[in-house]
Design a protein around this ligand. Structure first.
Ligand SMILES: [Zn+2]
Ligand SMILES: [Zn+2]
Length: 141
């Protein structure tokens, strides 16, 4: 299905093809710092599944635990994060599902970086300490 997303201010809009209406919760410390919440809501999709239909995101680059670059694409005006690309993931990107129009109806399908979960947060889906064991599983999230 194709979903439409919009940043907080409306200067950036996009469309993304998803396999299902689900969120992968990421509890990593970077997501906490970038998003200001206890976890982020995402889905991993092929790069070509995403099309920016309005505006042009800015890019913030940092280096992950692997030493490889992670590029965060965000609205230059309001700073809403649209998607991330980790060099280590090749042609896959991580889209922020919470910004999609129907995102509030999505269900959690998995939790990653469970090792960084705050002690008072309840488990709501299958949790992985870091990432699922095989790269094939990862592409399905
Ligand atoms: Zn914006
Ligand atoms: Zn994260």
């Amino acid at each position: 299905m194709t979903e439409h997303g919009k940043c907080h201010c409306g200067q950036t809009e996009w469309e993304v093809k998803l396999e299902d209406k689900s969120h992968v919760l990421c509890h990593c410390n970077t997501c906490k710092q970038l998003g200001g919440g206890t976890y982020s809501l995402n889905q991993i999709v092929p790069k070509d599944n995403l099309k920016i239909t309005k505006g042009k995101p800015n890019i913030y680059t940092y280096y992950g635990d692997s030493g490889k670059a992670v590029r965060c694409y965000f609205c230059p005006n309001c700073t809403s994060h649209v998607y991330h690309h980790q060099e280590i993931m090749g042609d896959k990107i991580v889209v922020r599902t919470v910004l999609l129009d129907s995102g509030k109806n999505f269900k959690p399908s998995a939790e990653i970086f469970g090792k960084d979960r705050f002690g008072w947060e309840k488990e709501v889906a299958t949790t992985f300490d870091v990432m699922p064991p095989s790269p094939n599983d990862k592409s399905r999230l």
